[in-house]
Design a protein around this ligand. Structure first.
Ligand SMILES: [Zn+2]
Length: 305
């Protein structure tokens, strides 16, 4: 029976200052968590040990952020002000991703209802991302010798610039980003495969690119662990996206990715990544749809692992 870890059950989420106006308003969080809990067990994640973060991030950078010695310029790059809860949330999010990674390696599917902070670089924060949860988990299981080939499939609408930078010289990790060409980050990094889409790309064109360029590249690399950033900011109506997918298109996208992993028996770690829809109820529906797509694909292939 799959389960999901989530940083949203951490006290730091309720202790922190109000979220940015583009984020899911706090009053919608109980609806999201209750909807998820109807579908599968939901667990709070343990905090990540700092020593694991130091395998990816610069030690001096981490030490300054722990102490709150952060400049205004760094806060602007992050997108909100430093607060002790920002650090706690970051650790909880990474802990959820690492826990989901263990689940993926033992059962085939690991889920984090949260995570996917792909704009964090080794030595600086950007785009709501202070720690790169996927990079930390990937580095840990590679160092431990548990996997040999990791693919990071980043379908968030924004390019995974921090992740591409961190793994630029790491042949065991393939970074693949499908994103909106004219969106943040405006200076994009070079990943192993970057596919940039024009503004207002809709379901049919998006799914065609997924089928013709993206999934064949995943297949060709033959990863023994797949991290999937299932960003909902590709939806039409997202405040920070520039694409025009419908909820049905999002469901089809997720179904293809989870279906590929289930059918090929490739362990998959699922992260929610970005979502800033102007209608919070639509974002909640999108998130629950992504969970259902994962559960459906792996239930349809019960001997996937
Ligand atoms: Zn995004």
């Amino acid at each position: 029976m799959p389960r999901a870890f989530t940083p949203f059950l951490h006290a730091a989420y309720t202790d922190a200052p109000p979220p940015r106006r583009q984020f899911l308003p706090r009053e919608f969080l109980p609806t999201l968590l209750a909807g998820a809990a109807e579908r599968l067990p939901l667990l709070a994640a343990p905090d990540l040990p700092w020593a694991l973060a130091e395998r990816v991030h610069d030690a001096a950078y981490l030490a300054r952020w722990r102490r709150g010695e952060v400049t205004r310029q760094e806060e602007r790059a992050l997108g909100f002000a430093w607060h002790p809860a920002v650090v706690e949330r970051g650790l909880a999010s990474c802990g959820a991703t690492l826990s989901a990674t263990w689940d993926a390696l033992s059962t085939g599917l690991g889920l984090n209802l949260g995570g996917g902070t792909h704009h964090a670089y080794a030595d600086h924060a950007e785009g709501f991302s202070f720690l790169n949860d996927v990079a930390i988990a990937a580095r840990h299981v590679l160092d431990a010798g548990l996997v040999k080939r990791v693919l990071i499939l980043d379908l968030d609408v924004h390019q995974g610039n921090g992740t591409a930078s961190i793994f630029r010289d790491e042949a065991r990790v393939f970074t693949l980003s499908l994103h909106a060409e004219h969106n943040y980050p405006f200076k994009k990094e070079v990943g192993d495969l970057d596919v940039a889409l024009p503004d207002a790309t809709g379901d049919a064109d998006y799914l065609a690119v997924l089928d013709r360029a993206v999934l064949p590249a995943v297949q060709a690399f033959q990863p023994d662990l797949l991290f999937y950033l299932a960003g909902a900011d590709v939806l039409a109506g997202d405040q920070l996206g520039r694409l025009s997918l419908s909820l049905e298109g999002l469901r089809a996208r997720d179904g293809r990715v989870y279906g590929w992993a289930a059918q090929t028996r490739t362990p998959l770690v699922s992260l929610m990544a970005g979502g800033y829809h102007r209608d919070p109820a639509t974002l909640v529906r999108a998130r629950l749809g992504t969970l259902e797509a994962a559960l459906g694909a792996f239930a349809a292939a019960p001997d996937a692992v």
